[in-house]
Design a binder for this molecule. Structure first.
Ligand SMILES: *Cc1c(COP(=O)(O)O)cnc(C)c1O
Length: 250
């Protein structure tokens, strides 16, 4: 699948590499103005480039423009790219759902895992983190809607899970990650982000290591920044539309 994909995408990647720097520049400007509108310092907001379905070549181009943090959802696809890009000092974030039998590969290859919603996954990452590596950074994913299948812990279960995770060696609890409900109602979105910020503030008061509220994607990062996000995860607005067929197959 990956091989096939590589061949199909090669040409369009070359065509696109001309304007990815323009896209990056425009995105940086939009982040800056969203921060300023919210009365925040733009340097408080980190950009995670969500590179699922994008080729190693495209990631390399973006890395040459100064982008170092990349987010991936699919383990095998990510491992291929991490290997191909091992000569660059990139920071890899796993943001997809983790299966229990895949934690060793995640622990060995990623710097961050943002999609923790069960203690067993954190325990396995802790036990399997190679001892020659720094502790792995984790965020707890909070479920923000009734939609099933997206993962995430319910808000009422957050604090006990955080306490258990915080005591594990080999792991640093950095904060929370949220994928909001698919809604076009900005008022609803705002309330969901606000609730996330409230939970984040509680956690931050309790744990010194907590400094990350990962929320906001291509369609809603301005609002997320206004509501206190410290890390936005952007794919489409940076790389252009994703290949839908590729995502279906994965
Ligand atoms: C794909 C994805 C994103 C990026 O979505 P865009 O709308 O393309 O910016 C962010 N977070 C997660 C968890 C994702 O799976």
């Amino acid at each position: 699948m990956l091989l096939l994909y590589g061949r199909i995408r090669l040409h369009s990647n070359y065509a696109n590499s001309m304007d990815i720097d323009t896209r990056k520049e425009q995105l940086d400007q939009r982040i800056n103005s969203a921060a300023r509108r919210a009365g925040r310092d733009p340097s408080e907001i980190r950009l995670l480039a969500v590179s699922k379905t994008r080729s190693a070549c495209t990631i390399r181009t973006l890395a040459s423009l100064g982008q170092k943090a990349f987010g991936e959802n699919y383990l095998q696809e990510a491992l291929d790219k991490i290997q191909q890009l091992a000569d660059l000092e990139l920071e890899w974030h796993f943001i997809g759902q983790i299966q229990r039998n895949k934690t060793a590969a995640v622990a060995a290859n990623f710097d961050w895992v943002q999609s923790i919603d069960r203690l067993i996954i954190a325990e396995r990452l802790s036990a399997q983190r190679p001892t020659d590596k720094k502790a792995i950074n984790v965020c707890i994913q909070v479920r923000m809607s009734q939609e099933t299948g997206k993962g995430g812990v319910l808000p009422e279960d957050l604090l006990p899970l955080a306490e258990a995770i915080n005591s594990l060696p080999g792991i640093v609890m950095r904060g929370l990650m949220a994928i909001p409900e698919n809604t076009t109602d900005p008022e609803k979105q705002k309330m969901a982000f606000r609730e996330m910020y409230r939970l984040y503030s509680i956690l931050k008061r309790q744990y010194d290591s907590v400094d990350t509220l990962s929320m906001g994607m291509s369609g809603d990062f301005g609002l997320a920044i206004a509501e206190g996000s410290t890390m936005i995860r952007v794919g489409t607005a940076l790389f252009g539309p994703r290949d839908y067929i590729k995502e279906k197959v994965k």
